[in-house]
Write a protein that binds this ligand. Sequence first.
Ligand SMILES: [Zn+2]
Length: 218
Amino acid sequence: MWGELKNIYIFMKDGLFPIFCVSCKKEGTFLCEDCEKKIIVNPKWQKKSKDISGVYTLYSYKEECIKTLVELFKYKHIEELHFLFHKLLLSHLVHKKELFLHYYYIVPVPLHKRRYNERGFNQAEYFAKSIAVALNKEYFPLLERKKYTKQQVKMERKKRLHNLENAFVFNREFDTIQGKNILLVDDVYTTGATIEECAKVLKDAGANIVGGITFARG
Ligand SMILES: [Zn+2]
């Protein structure tokens, strides 16, 4: 019964709001198979800082369709794109497990409740859950965002750091993370300010090594 209803829903939704490949505009999918094959995964490690041992970034925003897809996900709130991101992340990361063997938990960068309600989901949670599957690790939302911060898209690094001061807290519902190595996940790496601020909170809560992965870099 529910399966049937779901199929009717999908049929009606696709009929009313057809979807198109972000690259070649072919109807029926957000990224068609041919265009998917042309996208180049170009991983790069972003440099270490005091609290973070390096951030692995998969795609460059120079890949126009990657940028478009992430923006549709974040700003147009097209939640079903997470299936496509899941596929892209898995196809690359299952072959990179050895790079992340020493990590224990996979932790998403949290959204403030208000922004979560506006968007309906946290994109970093989807990325983190997929990465946990790809690397065969535990997913744990260890952080909370207490401060509602302005959108940082156009802010320079110094302002971002100030904007994020005391924005995150360790969620005390969880057991201690004393001595554990943690891998933080975010959607896009721009200046690194967000992921660094999160790393600082995890370090203060006792984490040993904190690293990061982002789907893209801006
Ligand atoms: Zn296409």
